[in-house]
Ligand binder design. Structure first.
Ligand code: NBP
Length: 479
């Protein structure tokens, strides 16, 4: 219903995400001021869902700001980018010191750092909040990752926590850290989501092409997997997608969908940021590249008849190979998460955010796309040792990989011999082997760099930097 009382929160941008979040606030007992650039969306929301709670209908931004109790709290849910800057500017001109502007869109975290600084200079609190869970989560309980000033969380936190998902009574929302940290962790969350989806895709590809299973059989495999360590939203929806029949052709829906994956950019941002931070997020990078390759349709068509070489026979023990794939999927998933958490640690150091990885594992257990049973294990691992050098080194994950590693090698080698691409499985295994290698070929790289660029090297048996006089008598000097 529409109300004339002052609203505790305002939402501007009432497309699918904004209207569902507004309804979620209203259903939780808050009076919500509504605003959208075009009034039609505001009225459509009120007409269809006005019964969800108390809403204040506004048309202009002045009316909207005037409808809010002080300190004002406004959630912006518009298309990320220029629209966000435009809306912030309009709001800031009308707001007063102490008011809070929250950007719940998928902003690039460096934009959030810039916006937070600009708003701070005007006495306003700016909170970049990552929100995950898609439209269903927005309505029924998303995972929320708010950054920004800690003081603003005192006033805002209870509202956000009340609309967030809950796991074991714990809200999937916590204050992440200063300025852009909320959007940074949401970005890495999305990167991990890319890796998770790619790994599931590779498992599906192997079940289909190495074992010859049809979509219905593969759906059964994923349903079975969802009752064990792999239990997660993404595995659950994979089974449901594979069970879906196309009404038009009677075929499995997945078989009539064009095999070119799209992306909106958060995976790409994650990889770009990882490159800048020098963190090897190989699983996420392979996932982004795999989507790009799938989308290169003309090139793929032209390359269709390239030689495969002699391919091996398919595995004969389908039960054993299915279990091998399950284990390879689990081990690769551990690597992808370990890499994502490494990136979060590196971002935290770079920007002095003091992020708490255990808190992230806790709030990602529900509401968001990567929610999974396995996140409880990550939470436990960081609770036991907040300074873990790598998630893979936590006793539980170390043991899980030890159990899986033979299967993992069989899957990657079998896929290679069958000519089935497994970029994320393969790179995750290589990452694992590189991490545990006693000696990497990087010594040779260093010598080459010293040869052509006098970049110097360190020795295993002496302190300092050294250079070999490659174009002279090839003696070594201290550099
Ligand atoms: P969209 O990203 O499609 O944005 C549409 C909204 O932006 C409409 O309300 C539109 O107003 C408004 N808008 C635009 Br476009 N330009 C504007 C401008 N210059 N000034 C004011 N308003 C403007 O909506 P969405 O899919 O609901 O997503 C909202 C935000 O949430 C995005 O940042 C998105 O990245 C993020 N997000 C989405 C999901 C998801 O699953 N969809 C998940 C998590 C986060 P109009 O009605 O007048 O055109």
């Amino acid at each position: 219903m529409t109300s004339t009382a002052l609203a505790q929160i305002g939402v501007t941008g009432l497309a699918v995400m904004g209207s569902n979040i507004a309804r979620n606030f209203a259903r939780n007992g808050y009076t919500v001021a509504l605003h959208n650039r075009s009034v039609a969306k505001t009225d459509a929301l009120l007409e269809s869902h006005g019964g969800d709670g108390n809403f204040v209908r506004t048309e202009t931004i002045e009316e909207f700001v005037g409808a809010l109790e002080k300190p004002r709290r406004v959630l912006i849910m518009v298309k990320a980018g220029e629209a966000t800057d435009a809306v912030i500017e309009e709001l800031a001109a009308l707001m007063e010191p102490g008011d809070i502007i929250i950007d719940g869109g998928n902003a690039l975290y460096t934009d959030t750092i810039r916006r937070e600084a600009a708003m701070k200079a005007r006495g306003l609190n700016f909170v970049g909040a990552g929100i995950s869970g898609g439209e269903e989560g927005a309505l029924n309980g998303p995972a929320i990752m708010p950054g920004g000033p800690k003081e603003s969380y005192e006033s805002l936190g209870p509202l956000l926590e009340s609309i967030s998902a809950k796991v074991d009574g714990v809200p999937c929302c916590t204050h992440i850290g200063p300025d852009g940290s909320g959007h940074f962790v949401k970005m890495v969350h999305n990167g991990i989501e890319y890796a998770d989806m790619q790994l599931i895709g590779e498992a599906y590809h192997l079940l289909r092409d190495a074992l010859g299973f049809d979509a219905g059989q593969i759906a059964e495999v994923f349903t079975e997997w969802n009752s064990g360590d792999l239990e997660s939203y993404l595995v659950e929806i994979t089974a449901q997608v594979l069970e879906q029949t196309d009404a038009k052709t009677g075929k499995p829906l997945v078989d009539v969908i064009v095999d070119a994956a799209e992306q909106k950019g958060t995976g790409r941002w994650t990889v770009k940021s990882a490159l800048d931070l020098g963190v090897p997020v190989t699983g996420i990078a392979e996932a982004v590249f795999a989507r790009a390759l799938s989308g290169s349709r003309a090139q793929r068509q032209a390359a269709h008849d390239l030689a495969s070489g002699t391919l091996a026979e398919k595995p004969t023990d389908a039960g054993q190979f299915t279990e091998d794939i399950r284990r390879a999927l689990y081990a690769s998933k551990i690597v992808a998460y370990a890499q994502g958490f490494d990136q979060i640690a590196a971002g935290s150091t770079e920007y002095d955010w003091n992020l708490r990885p255990g808190d992230l594992a806790t709030i990602w257990r529900g509401g968001c796309i990567i929610r999974a049973r396995f996140l409880n294990r990550i939470k436990d691992a960081y609770e036991e040792n907040p300074g873990l050098p790598s998630l893979i080194l936590a006793p539980y994950f170390r043991a899980a990989i030890e159990q899986a590693v033979d299967s993992w090698r069989r899957v990657v080698s079998t896929a290679t011999l069958l000519g089935i691409p497994v970029p994320a499985f393969g790179s995750s295994l290589s990452y694992y082997d590189a991490l545990r290698a006693e000696r990497l070929p990087a010594a040779l790289t260093q010598a080459q760099r010293d040869f052509f660029g006098a970049h110097t090297y360190e020795r295993v048996d002496a302190e300092g930097k050294f250079h070999t006089l490659w174009s002279g008598d090839r003696s070594e000097i201290s550099a």
